[in-house]
Design a protein around this ligand. Sequence first.
Ligand code: SF4
Length: 157
Amino acid sequence: MKLCINFKNINKNNYAKFINKKNSAMAEKFKTVPVSERIVLLPHCMRSTKNCKAVDEGTHYSCVKCGACKIAQIQKLADELGYKKVYVMKGGKAIYNILVEQKIKAVVAVACHFEGAQGIKMTDGLKVIAQFVPLLKDGCCDTDVDVEVVKKIMEQK
Ligand code: SF4
């Protein structure tokens, strides 16, 4: 696993540049999509491994806002703003099905740089407007994100 993480870090700067470029290119279009037609995709590694009370929905978790991790803040904001849904994803494969089956127009997604770059290729291919926020601390568990950055993007209209 360590080897895998090191491999991903090799291209981290390139992924970051790619993500920034794509985010900028999509920023204005993202604002035109009604909040009710946007979803938020978060990685399950952000959950508190010790205390999470999220509901296991098979391909993803539904946060119950227990407050043990930052997902609660994002879920709360999504509820207040009227976002269609927040998915705490177990893996990337199911994302494709969600985007296609629900005809999603726009996503706010949090991921490590590597997964974010892969995700952009997917959303580009599906013509889904995406705004990605890289994790501050990645890894397999208890990862972290700057909630203020996520919030700023989610509030864009
Ligand atoms: S806030 Fe949500 S995702 Fe985070 S630990 Fe609690 S139930 Fe799990």
